[in-house]
Design a protein around this ligand. Structure first.
Ligand code: AKB
Length: 315
């Protein structure tokens, strides 16, 4: 069957790169991107529509007009911004998802991608090599909404047979589009500041290890998951996923190999530290590896080389 995709929240960090990969795979005429604002760049052959996922009638018209076979829902408020606007975060992250699930049912659209996050884990989850199934007690509204979203996805799959697929993204590192309002954003800011000013003041402490993933792996993994035969998908909440795990001190050391004069310092206090302290340091993603062949390519050295090479010519 010919696939046709509608992506919601497409202007963000992940959406903008995932949309390019999907356009390449399915043809620009079969990928419709949407967001609440026009994208900064739109090529002649790209189709874009303004839509707010919370405006259900408008979303319905968009889906009726383009009749997709798949929906990618990427509109979300991340961890740090979510703590500033908890009600808005809950509304967007949960009611946005419910609108998509209900309209998918009503209009017969079977296949959906929706991302969860490592933020579903909390202070009582195991810190190292965090398992797919373990105590989950998120303390941020973002984590609470993602965990509730996972339960909704599994519920809609079992009750209504929707083919919803999901991964728990760790921090995503990329150079094309900036992330917005996350706790893992330092791992991008650091490269930009290293190149612009030769120094960076980190908002997380030197030894705060967090799971991360390079954008190329994130995009590749997401498409592999969506392409996998249905019988290989054993998890209908969201798959654990990791590329690598590192601390601010380790990334600084790697940057110094290319930019020897780079200087790193740390703030005394930042509210994002309290969020990071409740998240896993590393993730066990064996279900993704076994079920659909997940295998990331990038390590800290290759990420650093690629980030610096690309940012040098793009900032
Ligand atoms: C964040 O830091 O909020 C996100 C995430 C880990 O989901 N990057």
């Amino acid at each position: 069957m010919k696939e046709r995709i509608v992506m919601i929240g497409a202007n963000g960090q992940i959406g903008s790169e995932l949309a390019s990969a999907l356009r390449y795979k399915f043809g620009a005429e079969n990928v419709i991107t949407s967001d609440i604002r026009e994208p900064s760049v739109l090529k002649d052959d790209e189709i874009f529509e303004i839509v707010n996922v919370l405006d259900k009638p408008a979303l319905k018209s968009l889906l009726e007009k383009h009749q997709p076979t798949q929906i990618y829902l990427l509109a979300a408020m991340l961890s740090a911004t979510g703590e500033k606007y908890p009600q808005k975060a809950w509304d967007l992250n949960i009611n946005g998802l419910l609108n998509v699930l209900d309209l998918a049912l009503e209009l017969g659209i079977k296949k959906i991608f929706w991302p969860s996050s490592i933020a579903v884990f909390g202070p009582h989850s195991p810190k190292q090599n965090t398992d797919q199934y373990c105590v989950m007690d998120p303390v941020t509204i973002y984590g609470v909404s993602k965990l509730a979203g996972e339960r909704l996805c599994e519920y809609y799959h079992h009750k209504y047979d929707l083919d919803i697929r999901s991964v728990r993204y760790p921090g995503i590192i990329s150079w094309k589009t900036a992330p917005g309002g996350g706790t893992t954003d330092y791992a991008i800011d650091i490269y930009i500041e290293a190149l612009k000013h030769g120094k960076y003041t980190c908002f997380l402490s030197a030894d705060t290890a967090l799971p991360m993933l390079y954008m190329e792996d994130a995009v590749g993994g997401t498409i592999e998951l969506m392409d996998a035969p249905i019988e290989q998908i054993s998890i209908r909440s969201s798959y654990n996923l990791e590329g690598l795990s590192f601390t601010p001190a380790e990334i600084a050391k790697e940057i110094k190999k290319i930019l020897p004069n780079f200087e790193m310092s740390y703030v005394d206090y930042d509210p994002r530290q309290a969020i990071a302290d409740t998240w896993p340091a590393s993730i066990n993603d064996s279900y993704a590896r076994t079920d659909w062949g997940w295998k990331p390519k990038f390590d800290l050295e290759s990420i650093t080389e690629d980030m610096i090479a690309n940012l040098k010519t793009n900032i």
